[in-house]
Design a protein around this ligand. Structure first.
Ligand SMILES: Nc1ncnc2c1ncn2[C@@H]1O[C@H](COP(=O)(O)OP(=O)(O)O)[C@@H](O)[C@H]1O
Ligand SMILES: Nc1ccn([C@H]2C[C@H](O)[C@@H](COP(=O)(O)OP(=O)(O)O)O2)c(=O)n1
Length: 212
């Protein structure tokens, strides 16, 4: 069984996917973490975020390992002499600002998608295009939305920053990610603006029961 949870930035995808996966006792998979880790490595190596061949060459030499745990995804660079966890560094404002450029490249989308499709179900997959491009056969699909202000208020609790500036950055990223960020025709759209986390997880679990 595959369940997809897509949505706009900071709409609650990873928290909701984690809660749903825990309730179902299956893993969840964060596709955004792969885009983020690729962006982090490119920024650190000084590789242009729009140079697909150079990015693929960099990633081809990088032993990245995604750990898709229900409680929270982690990503590692398993270099034999100096293994390193990248999870925290992949969630900085610098990565936020660069990741959409890399995610626009079809070759980089294929690089991520090949890793996702190699995983063995069951799992909950979260991102932007899990229900449309990557797992169109998923048993149940959800798409989370929330107002930019609500999302900014949530995000400033995780990252240092002024709400107004964070809101503008989220709106800019929404625009940059627009092409791959739309609900599948058979997705249930959930506006999380006025729901707490438990409320969104309950809405997804109810939607799953309806599709059982
Ligand atoms: N419905 C909600 N109500 C309040 N806070 C939420 C809700 N959903 C998520 N959050 C919080 O908002 C922040 C962003 O959520 P996250 O799951 O990281 O979103 P995304 O994966 O879409 O970027 C986290 O701090 C999370 O705990
Ligand atoms: N399936 C996906 C997942 C993420 N992306 C891109 C778009 C986002 O700006 C970045 C980071 O995604 P992530 O879900 O980690 O970001 P947010 O937490 O929603 O801010 O990657 C994508 O294009 N397709």
């Amino acid at each position: 069984m595959i369940v997809t949870i897509d949505g706009v930035a900071a709409s609650g995808k990873s928290s909701v996917a984690s809660g749903v996966a825990s309730a179902l006792s299956i893993p969840y998979v964060s596709s955004g973490l792969l885009y983020r880790a690729a962006t982090l490595l490119a920024l650190e190596a000084g590789t242009s975020l729009s140079d697909a061949p150079a990015l693929l060459s960099l990633l081809g030499a990088a032993p990245l390992r995604l750990e898709p745990l229900a409680g929270g995804n982690r990503i590692y660079l398993d270099t034999p002499d100096c293994p390193r966890e990248l999870t925290a560094d992949a969630h900085t404002s610098a990565v936020d600002a660069g990741v959409s450029a890399l995610a626009q490249l079809p070759q980089l989308r294929e690089w991520v998608n090949a890793r996702l499709r190699a995983l063995t179900p069951p799992f909950v997959a979260e991102g932007r295009d899990m229900g449309t491009a990557v797992f169109p056969q998923a048993r149940a699909k959800f798409f989370l939305v929330a107002s930019p202000r609500v999302r900014a208020l949530r995000r400033v609790k995780e990252r240092v920053g002024d709400v107004e500036a964070v809101e503008q950055a989220l709106i800019a990223r929404d625009e940059q990610d627009q092409l791959q960020s739309h609900p599948a025709a058979d997705a249930q759209i959930i506006d999380t603006s006025d729901l707490d986390l438990a409320g969104v997880i309950a809405a997804v679990m109810a939607g799953l029961q309806e599709r059982a």
